[in-house]
Design a protein around this ligand. Structure first.
Ligand SMILES: Nc1ncnc2c1ncn2[C@@H]1O[C@H](COP(=O)(O)OP(=O)(O)O)[C@@H](O)[C@H]1O
Ligand SMILES: [Mg+2]
Length: 312
């Protein structure tokens, strides 16, 4: 069984009026079939560039990438029959209504009209779009429009789906509907490459994850493997009584609302929790979250806005 997507030494440098930006630098990724693979990273990390190259929309500067064993550059037509993609900046055809958008997309891809009709109806129900099916796509709110694009791709029979930030701007309920639809696609044996900057989403859906930063893969693996690779896998939140200097011997301390957050190895974590309890401080101890890991690896929160480079 070939990999869904396999990138080797994939690099992309954008050059505009004499200015070069390295978006991907020697990325190796092996994305297996039949699962959700999460690509996470801050704005400007290179996620969209990777997706656009995989989805045959953009040529790499060097390196190779294949989809289901077909080289994206030399077997582009073949690759296109196996994939469907929701671009990050999607501007669907404004003169179509939601129903037409999905139905036409499916029939243009070559789906039998009766199947296309059935699948259109089903996906509009699943994604809470039935009530706006006759609305012009252009008249929808941003979140609804995004959902319409996701519907189109999920309803297709493509084996590999590229979803670039499919839930950005959606309300919590709509996000859950998209998650459920993604899980159904996986249940049908398809593969989803998902980019997101919601780490809870990445963790809830992905069987493997890659963390991109500055165009490079900084961590890769299943959520459990990624946890195992973190130097300080426990988080302790302490409020009251103990000060920063009391905590520093146990791990890496940062200030949080109402107290301190300490990342620590297992035995110092236990010792600190006991100390805090014996002094009467409020304390909670648990495994690090993906958000914490991100902070440890990248040194900044995923949504901190000091990216330097704006989103293209
Ligand atoms: N068309 C483009 N022209 C020039 N630079 C670009 C273009 N698209 C993206 N970039 C730059 O490439 C880097 C990676 O961008 P992108 O792949 O969009 O990252 P992400 O999707 O993770 O936010 C950023 O520094 C971005 O500014
Ligand atoms: Mg992007």
């Amino acid at each position: 069984m070939p990999l869904a997507v396999e990138a080797r030494a994939l690099s992309k440098t954008y050059t505009h009026s004499g200015k070069s930006t390295v978006a991907l630098a020697n990325v190796d990724l092996a994305i297996p079939t039949g699962r959700v693979y999460g690509l996470i990273g801050r704005n400007g990390a290179g996620k969209t560039t990777f997706v656009r190259i995989g989805a045959t929309q953009l040529a790499p500067t060097s390196g190779t990438i294949s989809v289901l064993g077909h080289d994206v550059m030399t077997e582009t037509r073949e690759v296109r029959t196996h994939i469907a993609a929701v671009p990050q900046e999607s501007r669907p055809l404004y003169f179509l209504n939601v129903d037409e958008l999905v139905y036409l997309y499916l029939t243009i891809r070559g789906m039998d009209p009766r199947d296309a009709r059935r699948r259109t109806n089903a996906i509009l129900d699943e994604l809470g779009l039935a009530s706006v099916r006759k609305s012009l796509v252009n008249h929808l709110s941003g979140g609804m429009r995004r959902r319409a694009m996701v519907a189109m791709v999920l309803a297709s029979d493509a084996e590999v789906l590229f979803l670039d930030e499919p839930t950005t701007g959606l309300d919590p309920l709509a996000r859950r509907e998209v998650w459920a639809a993604i899980r159904r696609a996986i249940g049908d044996g398809r593969t989803v490459l998902l980019t997101t900057h919601y780490l809870d989403e990445a963790e809830a859906l992905s069987s493997r994850l890659a963390l991109l930063e500055g165009g490079q893969v900084r961590l890769e693996g299943s959520p459990a493997e990624i946890r195992d690779r973190v130097r300080q896998p426990y988080r302790i939140v302490v409020s009251g009584v103990l000060g920063r200097a009391d905590l520093e011997p146990y791990g890496t301390v940062s200030s949080v609302e109402g107290g301190y957050l300490v990342f620590a190895k297992e035995s110092p974590a236990r010792e600190l929790a006991q100390l805090a309890l014996s002094k009467g401080a409020k304390v909670s101890l648990g495994p690090v979250t993906l958000e914490d890991i991100f902070l440890q690896v990248v040194g900044r929160a995923i949504d901190s806005d000091d990216a330097g480079e704006a989103e293209a």
